[in-house]
Write a protein that binds this ligand. Sequence first.
Ligand SMILES: *[C@@H]1O[C@H](CO)[C@@H](O)[C@H](O)[C@H]1NC(C)=O
Ligand SMILES: *[C@@H]1O[C@H](CO)[C@@H](O)[C@H](O)[C@H]1NC(C)=O
Ligand SMILES: *[C@@H]1O[C@H](CO)[C@@H](O)[C@H](O)[C@H]1NC(C)=O
Ligand SMILES: *[C@@H]1O[C@H](CO)[C@@H](O)[C@H](O)[C@H]1NC(C)=O
Ligand SMILES: *[C@@H]1O[C@H](CO)[C@@H](O)[C@H](O)[C@H]1NC(C)=O
Ligand SMILES: *[C@@H]1O[C@H](CO)[C@@H](O)[C@H](O)[C@H]1NC(C)=O
Ligand SMILES: *[C@@H]1O[C@H](CO)[C@@H](O)[C@H](O)[C@H]1NC(C)=O
Ligand SMILES: *[C@@H]1O[C@H](CO)[C@@H](O)[C@H](O)[C@H]1NC(C)=O
Ligand SMILES: *[C@@H]1O[C@H](CO)[C@@H](O)[C@H](O)[C@H]1NC(C)=O
Ligand SMILES: *[C@@H]1O[C@H](CO)[C@@H](O)[C@H](O)[C@H]1NC(C)=O
Length: 773
Amino acid sequence: MATTFLFLLLSAIFIAKAQQGQSIVNPGSFLTPTTTTTTNSSWPSPSGRYAFGFYKQGNGYVVGVFFAGILEKTVVWTANRDDPPVSAAVTLNFTSDGRLVLQSAQGTTKSVAVPGETASSASMLDTGNFVVYNSDNQSIWESFQNPTDTLLPTQQLFYDDVLDSSVSESNQSTGRFRAIMQQDGFIALYPIGTPYYIEYGYWSKGIQGPRLNATLNLDVDGHLYLANGNGIVTISAGGNSTKGLLYRLRMDDDGFLRLYSYNTNQNGDWDVTWSADSIGKCDPKGLCGLNAFCVINDQQYNCTCLPGFAFVDESKRTLGCERNFTVDNCKEGTYVMEEAANTVWENDTYSLPLFSSNLEDCKISCLQDCNCEAALFKDGACRKQRLPMRFGRRQSDSSVALIKVITSTPSTNRTMTIERKKELRVDILIVSITLVAFAFIVLAISGFVIYRSHVSKHENVSNMGKFVDEDVGPRSFTYVELEKMTDGFKEELGRGAFGIVYKGMIGNGQKIVAVKRLEKLLADREREFQTEMKVIGKTHHRNLIRLLGYCHDGPNRLLVYEYMCNGSLADILFTPKKKPSWDERRGIACNIARGILYLHEECMPQIIHCDIKPQNILMDENRCAKLSDFGLAKLLKPDQSQTSTNIRGTRGYVAPEWHRRNCPVTVKVDVYSFGIVLLEIIFCRRSVDSNLPEEEAILEEWVYSCFECGELDKLINDEEVDKRQFERMVKVAFWCILEEPSLRPSMKKVLLMLEGTADIPVPPNPTSVISMI
Ligand SMILES: *[C@@H]1O[C@H](CO)[C@@H](O)[C@H](O)[C@H]1NC(C)=O
Ligand SMILES: *[C@@H]1O[C@H](CO)[C@@H](O)[C@H](O)[C@H]1NC(C)=O
Ligand SMILES: *[C@@H]1O[C@H](CO)[C@@H](O)[C@H](O)[C@H]1NC(C)=O
Ligand SMILES: *[C@@H]1O[C@H](CO)[C@@H](O)[C@H](O)[C@H]1NC(C)=O
Ligand SMILES: *[C@@H]1O[C@H](CO)[C@@H](O)[C@H](O)[C@H]1NC(C)=O
Ligand SMILES: *[C@@H]1O[C@H](CO)[C@@H](O)[C@H](O)[C@H]1NC(C)=O
Ligand SMILES: *[C@@H]1O[C@H](CO)[C@@H](O)[C@H](O)[C@H]1NC(C)=O
Ligand SMILES: *[C@@H]1O[C@H](CO)[C@@H](O)[C@H](O)[C@H]1NC(C)=O
Ligand SMILES: *[C@@H]1O[C@H](CO)[C@@H](O)[C@H](O)[C@H]1NC(C)=O
Ligand SMILES: *[C@@H]1O[C@H](CO)[C@@H](O)[C@H](O)[C@H]1NC(C)=O
């Protein structure tokens, strides 16, 4: 009885306010989805044109603002648009303590408008703006300031404001396209979820002059324009004085921004007055979803799947396509490359494009690459891609998309063909290597001849100057010469296991060098020292430091190297400010592997580094990694003490077999150390860090435990990394650090796995000795 009285009272107030041109809603008011004799489902604006309240969506109800006075109930704003619709048993309650909440029959509440402070009243204005006020009558929340997909006359988009399309006409959840008023004064359209880069946008219009604070405006006469302090840029001219025309601008679910008008005198349909011009129906990127492309039939767009794919939902073709088979490993089964001609796609290649190839080469290249799932071929360039493929559309264009498609399930015949292919590739490799080697020999001989003639012409060039061009191996220096070069061993560059490094100059200050003074050297190894220097001096590889000269003068043993201005890998890896990007780190790992591979397989006699660690990897001016201190381990005096120094190498990086008796030391010790360094490169931290919690202190144990639980992802600290590459690299590292040397891969295999050309089986626990091969 009391409630009924309250209703009557409230209604009386409501009507009174409405007569003043504003319909005030006060705390204590409420709405229900269906109108009954005692309750309403919405609060109308004074003229009744707009209303705030419940409207039907699917089988449920949603709260929003809509055109009420016209035949078509058109939604212009939706509260909590991504929440599922509610049942008929809820109440929209403007509570006495000033909150606007949806209240279920069970009593749970959900906020509808979220003002920062307590609301004293609310009002549905005739502009279509629903406003919430505080006790001082100040607006504290407006639907105009929180637009969904529609902009109404007198509403403005300020910079960074967006209109996000809805899923469809009948579903107001967030769809796939966005219009944003950019800070640069452009109103631009993008697929939702892409960065605001030019390559993702597909339409824009901007204003000249001072671009800050540009706004997008719509006037009641349908004039749509951009404005800043300086002037305006008209997008759609209005000026229709005919009374009874309503306008709205909406970001539509097909990716177009359109201005609609409605003639209330005719009660017809909404007409399109203007739409984002100069773009085609298929231009909104991603219109057809993933792995699908857009085609135009009879001026309408339609979606088509890539070969081998089927629609996720045939009745909703824009949801994209998926494969109806799973691919775990490209070796299982027979694959062919199918073509989707005249289609353009997002260029998202994971490798450098292969140029001057033909379509067949491109297909073969993708078939042989287990990472390759598709390729884009255009104008002789082959770009290998992974799935999903995005932003596809048909266009008369020379580009062809190639998709890897399975044609039969695993069979033994397949393995044979693959192996035959591999043999073929090895053949090609051997021939190419021979040719390249031959070319190098010719080059070297001619270079030497030219050098000789050059030298004979410049007899007066000093010894030092001549040394700079030296190409025939390291030079022998006297101690006095080196003392002069380093200005009396003045500037120290660093200290390592083998001695102290000083900065020096040669050729009258033309070239900076690093001079290393060796310690702990065996006194009676004169011949061996020289032999070793000759071996090291002959090494020539872009990932190895060049030995320029050496000195064996009396008791002094010094080495002269090229100078690396960017310090050591340890320096850049463990200094947060210098931390290299993921791609750079991956490059560094491959370069180190190449350097070690050269020492292991291309040097006669073979060189085992024995002390691979970030401090011994130096970075040149292009931040290209170069190994240093290789070939020196043999010359070191074995220490007699019981500490870690009786093991060559550095604690933390040494392979376990050093600790075992009668266990031969092979190249696999370097593979082990490389594995530890690789983990450090991946995670940019030291392999042992006692400052961290106990379970994280030892890098390889921690990473392995995460790997085992399938939780590798949590180790990526919001860094931009390619997850597949990341996982590959971690797996390679685990293979390298296996306890049992024979199970560790060769450096050749390591490099192939790092480069993505060889498969990586799941690594066993590093401490287990059970053979997994
Ligand atoms: C429902 O709204 C109408 C006006 O639209 C008003 O006359 C009526 O009193 C309202 N009913 C209640 C219960 O608030
Ligand atoms: C609206 O679309 C969203 C997203 O696609 C979906 O989750 C939701 O179920 C849809 N709602 C209705 C009522 O169909
Ligand atoms: C509205 O909320 C208030 C406070 O939470 C409550 O007392 C009242 O019963 C609610 N009204 C309705 C109709 O649910
Ligand atoms: C709030 O605004 C209404 C209508 O504009 C006015 O009638 C009322 O006096 C104002 N109240 C206060 C406290 O300013
Ligand atoms: C832009 O707007 C902000 C606040 O709205 C204001 O402080 C600033 O001065 C404006 N800048 C220009 C260039 O108008
Ligand atoms: C104004 O509106 C009328 C009625 O819809 C239409 O016929 C006319 O073309 C419009 N004029 C302009 C300039 O938009
Ligand atoms: C798209 O194409 C398919 C097959 O050609 C056809 O069945 C379907 O009706 C088309 N859809 C539209 C929206 O044109
Ligand atoms: C996959 O889809 C293709 C084409 O739509 C069809 O021919 C093939 O039978 C399907 N395969 C499976 C396993 O469903
Ligand atoms: C494709 O992307 C690669 C790598 O980002 C880039 O080098 C290449 O220029 C791009 N090609 C085209 C046609 O955009
Ligand atoms: C495997 O190869 C043999 C002989 O080359 C052939 O007879 C057989 O049909 C092949 N099997 C499959 C599954 O392709």
